[in-house]
Design a protein around this ligand. Structure first.
Ligand SMILES: Nc1ncnc2c1ncn2[C@@H]1O[C@H](COP(=O)(O)OP(=O)(O)OP(=O)(O)O)[C@@H](O)[C@H]1O
Length: 260
């Protein structure tokens, strides 16, 4: 039976068949995500973070187990456009303006021009790129391009946003700013967010729930509920409470022998 949770993964395993034999990317993964949660997935390379996010999005099919999204099977939820997905690289078309890039999926979905324009203006405002609609991607910095790709994912106005290490390639100062921007967006919109990262401070700063994963086979070793308030100035990272949660994440990673 599907549940009332926004995302509900039950006993999910996914084995890739490769020429070198089977790769157990996910093994017996159970996780429940409630409406308005900000969930980060952290763990070393190969622990299945991307695979799990892609499974939620029905871009991969589990070998065993079930994923429900909004009470529907993941594949149905994908067809109902239940989520926006932000990839590691911005992936903007260089020959289209920022507005044109955001417009493309809306065109494919059949929204008329006034509706597209209204949506583009709204999402560009949300990511603070209001003045950049007519620019081309190459006229924007890397951080601004990544914000444009977030705007594109927000344009369907789905209640779920899945983000696969969106800021991994950016320098720390830009990343700080974008972390604050994403948190603000989450507070303003009340969306449910799934976010893959390699960074302990990023996971602790952003999340209501931190999911620690470990490789071979890819599994969840710990789920840490954050005790930090929803409103988080960047300086919160210097507080004892923040440092304590970061410590728990570090212990979780060690438990999984992740960095052996
Ligand atoms: N399409 C595929 N075919 C075969 N193996 C795959 C495929 N996709 C992922 N894998 C393997 O599954 C395991 C999990 O990969 P995944 O990309 O989910 O890990 P990750 O935690 O996101 O890693 P990273 O942090 O490096 O992005 C890895 O061993 C990877 O090589």
């Amino acid at each position: 039976m599907p549940s009332s949770s926004v995302i509900d993964a039950r006993n999910v395993s996914l084995t890739f068949r490769t020429n070198d034999g089977p790769v157990h990317a996910l093994k017996d993964v159970d996780l429940t995500i409630e409406k308005g949660d900000f969930v980060s997935f952290i763990g070393p390379s190969g622990c299945g973070k991307t695979t799990f996010l892609r499974t939620i999005a029905a871009l991969e099919t589990p070998t065993a187990g079930m994923v429900y999204v909004n009470g529907q099977e993941a594949d149905e939820a994908r067809k109902a456009r239940a989520y926006g997905y932000v990839f590691q690289a911005p992936g903007l078309y260089p020959w289209r303006t920022i507005a044109g890039n955001i417009s493309l999926p809306l065109e494919i979905m059949g929204f008329d021009k006034p509706e597209r324009q209204a949506r583009i203006a709204r999402v560009l405002e949300l990511v603070e790129l209001g003045g950049f609609a007519g620019k081309f991607p190459w006229q924007l910095s890397g951080g601004m391009q990544q914000r444009a790709s977030i705007a594109r994912a927000l344009a369907f106005d789905a209640d779920i946003l899945l983000m696969d290490e969106p800021f991994g390639a950016l320098d720390e100062i830009v990343r700080d700013r974008l972390n604050a921007a994403v948190l603000e967006l989450w507070r303003k919109t009340g969306k449910t967010i799934g976010f893959v990262t390699h960074s302990i401070p990023e996971a602790v700063y952003l999340s209501t729930k931190i999911v620690v994963m470990s490789p071979r086979p890819g599994r969840i070793t710990r789920v840490i509920e954050s005790t930090l308030p929803a409103e988080r100035p960047l300086e919160i990272r210097d507080t004892p409470e923040f440092i304590e949660i970061a410590q728990q994440v570090r212990e979780g990673l060690r438990e999984g022998h992740s960095y052996d």
